[in-house]
Design a protein around this ligand. Sequence first.
Ligand code: ZN
Ligand code: FE
Length: 257
Amino acid sequence: MAAEVRLVPCLSDNYAVLLRDPASNAVAVVDVPDPDAVIAALETEQWTPTHILVTHKHADHIQGIPAVKQRYGATVIGPRAEADAIPTLDVRVGEPDVVEVGELRAKVFDTPGHTAGHICYWFEKEKLLFSADTLFALGCGRSFERPAPVLWESLLKLRRLPDDTLVYCGHEYTLSNARFSVTVDPKNVALKTRLAEIEKARAANKPTVPSTLGEEKKTNPFLRADDPAIAEAIGMKGADAAAVFTEIRERKNTFRG
Ligand code: ZN
Ligand code: FE
């Protein structure tokens, strides 16, 4: 039986995800921005969480953990490098650890950049990637704690995964990301088509998450900094990918659209 996944909108633009293994009845919650929203979703499904998987230390990803942990007694698994900043952690992990949720297995990737200790979880068999604030639909997180080229290397690690991987990111930022993306990759037809789809989905208040990694590889400029078309479009023809990535990350920081 396939894993069951539920996307849980939290706060103004965060997502938590519920993941259930039907074989064992194990249930993981990936990040807990808002305990009330997560508990309500669990109660609706009548699922009892056995694990909480944490991606990084930011408050909007961890603040609901104590309430969920206290209510259900789930084991909290998260980044070893940020353990001091996540007081509720039971199990500390980092690359190349494997996390088990019942019979489901996730490889842990260290993806420094947004925070120094950010990790992503990849359920290889189920083709699910939990990328939180490292890789967004059509975007990436701000490089708060490591220079942009370090974040670029982290994104390259994720880009190696198969095209049919479903990408669950931590925020609904896709419309703003799409509007920015067309400014740095104006000739990308697949991107324009995707922007139109995203506008339609958001106008109907539908989530744009998950996307597939294949779509991201074709349309997300932050995964395409080594494509000469992007370097040319931003006036950096011949520049290396890390420099192009740094420039588009900086442009996004000040983009209003
Ligand atoms: Zn964050
Ligand atoms: Fe966040």
